[in-house]
Design a protein around this ligand. Structure first.
Ligand SMILES: [Zn+2]
Length: 115
């Protein structure tokens, strides 16, 4: 089980990078650091991504979280990356790009975890 957790945490690196690249930092008053007490963050269009980052960055102590939480975070990341590649017109089952490769790995990891 410990190995699985480690794998999931490792899998978070790619969506983290993608999300960081997509959060509109130039208009964000918190330089992409989600602030749950700021009402502006609550209505921001990047809120979901930012909130995910906030809960899953390198400093959020992922290693201490229960497996269920990590799987939930992986699931959100999956949906996010899935939406990204769909928008870009990729076919995740065939495409060899980083995002699609990640998607396939994340899906098989998820399947392995739910067995
Ligand atoms: Zn692709």
């Amino acid at each position: 089980m410990a190995i699985m957790k480690h794998e999931i945490i490792e899998m978070m690196a790619f969506p983290r990078e993608m999300i960081r690249g997509n959060v509109p930092l130039e208009t964000c008053g918190h330089t992409g650091h989600y602030a749950h007490h700021d009402p502006e963050c609550g209505v921001c269009e990047a809120r979901i991504e930012c909130e995910w980052l906030y809960h899953n960055d390198e400093l959020s102590g992922l290693g201490e979280k229960p497996l269920a939480d990590l799987l939930e975070a992986l699931q959100s990341a999956l949906l996010y990356i899935d939406a990204c590649v769909a928008r870009a017109g990729h076919t995740p089952s065939k495409c060899r790009c980083r995002a699609c490769t990640w998607l396939r790995r994340a899906e098989s990891l998820q399947a392995a975890a739910s067995r």
